[in-house]
Design a protein around this ligand. Structure first.
Ligand code: ZN
Length: 173
């Protein structure tokens, strides 16, 4: 297993629509493991393919009291309710907004990392994770979901943080 490099906003392929998997082979299970390890290394609750440089429709997630899960070619087949809540993103570390609107219930169909179909519903925080990660597959990041003033604030904060991160990073060859 290995920890993958996390792509920072707005680098490619974060703002592109990701491609579906035609087949789910053994290499996908390995990728899922690496993505889960990467998510854990960054204390995240979700991580999508484009965030590790792969414009493919895959994400991993972990509910606070659950096991890590991998969703491939996911579809949100139903959603209802609406609530504003806090989100951050591993591709925009240290920047948060508590005004991200999401549905409070979603129903999801996907394949797991072995290619087996899964179908379940999720509520509240877990539904929020799924919508955030699904958005990554569409090239959408959480600031895109905000009203224009909140979005500008978040993007300005991110510009500052990104500059700090660039200065703090020594070339390692
Ligand atoms: Zn994210």
């Amino acid at each position: 297993m290995s920890v993958l490099n996390v792509v920072l906003y707005p680098d490619d392929p974060l703002t592109r629509k990701a491609e579906p998997f035609a087949t789910v082979g053994p290499e996908v299970a390995q990728l899922a493991q690496d993505m889960i390890e990467t998510m854990h290394a960054h204390d995240g609750v979700g991580l999508a393919g484009p965030q590790v440089g792969l414009a493919k429709r895959i994400f991993v997630m972990q509910a606070p009291d659950g096991e890590p899960m991998c969703l491939i070619n996911p579809e949100i087949v139903a959603m209802e309710g609406r609530q504003e809540g806090e989100e951050g993103c591993l591709s925009m570390p240290r920047v948060y907004s508590d005004r991200v609107p999401r549905a409070t219930r979603v129903e999801v169909k996907a394949l797991d990392e072995t290619g087996a179909p899964i179908h379940f519903e999720a509520h509240d925080f877990v539904a929020r994770i799924i919508q955030h990660e699904y958005d990554h597959l569409e090239g959408v990041l959480f600031p895109d979901r905000l009203d224009i003033i909140s979005r500008q604030t978040v993007l300005q904060e991110w510009e500052t943080v990104r500059a700090e991160l660039a200065n703090a990073t020594e070339p390692t060859g």
